[in-house]
Design a protein around this ligand. Structure first.
Ligand SMILES: [Zn+2]
Length: 259
C-alpha cells in the first residue's frame, strides 16, 4: 500500500470537511415528516442531474490500480440544520494482496453521510463505465452497486429498500438506469420482472461537465423554452414525477389511516 493511498483512506475516514458536502434548505421543516414525504419532495429531475454531476466530478479522484474509476453521490435529509445534503465518494482500490485497500464509491459516500447524521437517504447515484456484476455475472448497461454494496445498502438504516432511488449512469450520462434497492436485488437474484428502468438519451448540453458544482443545476419548468430540457423532462423527469406522486400519495393514505 502506498503512502498516498494510506493518506487518502485516513482523509476519507476522518469527519467530512465542508468541501465534501453541500446543503440545500428545504422550504418546509421536514424534521418530523414521514420518509415518503422527504423522498417525494427531494427526488426532482434537477436534484438527480445535480447528483450525477457531483458523482462524475468525484470520480476524477478515484484511485484504482486497474483504472476502473467509480464516483458516487448520496442525497439525504440532514435534520440539523434541516437541509438536503449531497455527499460524494469515490473508489480506492489497491492491487489485490495482503491488507489491500478496497473502498467502494457508494460505501465511501454513505460513510460520509453517516458521519453527517443524514436521516433518510433519498437518492444514491453511481457514475462509472460498466462491467459484468462479479456476484451475479449479469451484464448491465450501467454499473449497478456490486454484491458487497447491495448488502451494505440493505443493512444501512438510512436506506429504504422501496423508496430510496438508486440511479446508475455512464460517464456521458446518455444511459441512465433507475431502480429501488429491492428491484436491484431481485434483478441480481435472477428475477425477470425486476423493475429496472433504463433511459437511452441523446447527447444533451446539460450533460456536459460543469466547472462549479457548488450550486444545484437549475432546470426551468417551462419545457417549451428548450428542446433539450423537454427531452430530459419527458423521460427521466416524467419517471421521477410519477414516482414522487406515488410517494406523496402513499404518505397521505398512511396518515389518513393513522388519524
Ligand atoms: Zn461496490
Amino acid at each position: 500500500m502506498s503512502v498516498d493511498l494510506t493518506q487518502q483512506v485516513q482523509a476519507l475516514l476522518s469527519r467530512p470537511s465542508k468541501s465534501d458536502f453541500e446543503q440545500i434548505r428545504p422550504v418546509f421543516d421536514l424534521a418530523n415528516a414521514p420518509r415518503e414525504v422527504v423522498h417525494g419532495l427531494s427526488l426532482t429531475p434537477a436534484n438527480l442531474l445535480h447528483s450525477m454531476h457531483c458523482a462524475r466530478k468525484e470520480r476524477e479522484k478515484a484511485e484504482s490500480y486497474r483504472g476502473f474509476n467509480v464516483g458516487a453521490a448520496v442525497m439525504g435529509l440532514r435534520i440539523r440544520p434541516g437541509a438536503f445534503t449531497f455527499v460524494t465518494g469515490h473508489n480506492i482500490k489497491d492491487r489485490p494482496g495482503e491488507a489491500a485497500i478496497n473502498i467502494h464509491a457508494e460505501q465511501c459516500a454513505l460513510e460520509k453521510a453517516r458521519q453527517l447524521d443524514l436521516q433518510a437517504v433519498s437518492m444514491v447515484v453511481v457514475v462509472s463505465e460498466t462491467q459484468p456484476d462479479q456476484q451475479s455475472g449479469h451484464e448491465m448497461c450501467t454499473l449497478h452497486p456490486c454484491g458487497l454494496c447491495r448488502s451494505a445498502l440493505a443493512s444501512n438504516p438510512m436506506i429504504d429498500a422501496e423508496t430510496t432511488l438508486i440511479a446508475s449512469a455512464l460517464p456521458n450520462f446518455r444511459t441512465i438506469e433507475l431502480y429501488s434497492l429491492a428491484a436491484l436485488r431481485k434483478f441480481h437474484e435472477g428475477s425477470a420482472d425486476a423493475q429496472i428502468t433504463r433511459f437511452d438519451l441523446p447527447a444533451l448540453k446539460m450533460f456536459e461537465p460543469v466547472e462549479a458544482t457548488d450550486k444545484p443545476i437549475r432546470i426551468e419548468d417551462d419545457a417549451s423554452t428548450n428542446a433539450e430540457e423537454a427531452i430530459w423532462n419527458n423521460t427521466v423527469g416524467a419517471y421521477l414525477t410519477k414516482l414522487r406522486i406515488e410517494l406523496l400519495k402513499n404518505s397521505s393514505a398512511q396518515s389518513s389511516l393513522e388519524s
